[in-house]
Design a protein around this ligand. Sequence first.
Ligand code: PLP
Length: 394
Amino acid sequence: MDFSRLDTPFYLYDTDLLRQTLRQLTAAADRHGNIHIHYAVKANANPKVLRVIRESGIGIDCVSGGEIQAALDAGFPASSIVFAGVGKSDREIRLGLHHDIFCFNVESIPELEVINELAGEMGRTANVCLRINPNVDAHTHANITTGLAENKFGIALEDMERLIALARQLDHIRWRGLHFHVGSQITDMSVFSTLSDRINEIQDRLDAAGLHMDIINVGGGLGIDYDDPAGHPIPDFDAYFAAYAQHLRLRKGQEVHVELGRSIVGQCGSLITRVLYVKQGAVKQFAICDAGMTDLIRPALYDAHHHIDNITATGAVLLSDAPAAVGRMERYDVVGPICESSDVFDKDVLLPVVRRGDILALRSAGAYGEIMASRYNCRPFALPYTTDELRKEC
Ligand SMILES: *Cc1c(COP(=O)(O)O)cnc(C)c1O
């Protein structure tokens, strides 16, 4: 493909890979029974991406009013929307009530009371799951760990019965069950079995108290392979669902809900950037790109690693393209143009010799990439293209 007519940087979304991922996801869920999938839209809310996801028929998980609006605009039915977040504003709660969304995942007593009050004013009843903080270590980066007692998310286990009692007593609340989400980029399946064990203990406790629920929402968090995206373009959804199927003891009629973000969209996106300069530093060789932390903040924010390909050298634009043989390799610090020392994509990366004008692809940029972009340094937002659009353009 000839990119010379396109401005760089840009996001490239491989919609074929996305469709394949969605097919494998829904097939794996079907094999494991009564599982309802909600796509966590905070990973990527690009309308072109949302349209493909909506066509697969799965539901959606929102953490703000803006996300609820984006989901509705993309054609997701309100009856498939779950809404979490520690700080829901009155306006956001009213939006959810107005559209009669499937469920509010409630994170505190004051929030529960406000939802009850607003629902009363609007003559509605809100379906509610209580988000419990199960104090389970997700064994992932501290900035994306959410299920430890010290984190701001969810309701403490000690307060659970008191909150359920309160929820059952409020006139405009219908208590449906419990919600959990312990973190993101989880690659150790034992985290999900540990969470299942904790949920089983909780269910035993609630059974003893005569409290029955029909929804158990286990959240998201399944990780992707950032080191070898071409080798593992689609996560092992079967192993993920098996961890729950083997460990979670469900009661009769209970539905399991999951909220996956990264594992659905992560591998389908690449950030495509042009090398502006190759600079020989005192101790390093730098490949200076026209993309920076404003387009992909994960390396700066989470110490994240993104695989980088010199696609001018390999000719492999998509993960599924076979790379051509390459010549000499050298090491580079691949950096952006932003005036911040943390604006580094990766250090000492071995790449086929890089020249000014070469095009690099930062892989696995489909999740928490474009959606976290900023205009710092007054930079314009990079444009998104799907593979179909690119084939037409180039
Ligand atoms: C972020 C988030 C998710 C999705 O997390 P992934 O790691 O992208 O799967 C699911 N549920 C809630 C409540 C979230 O905040």
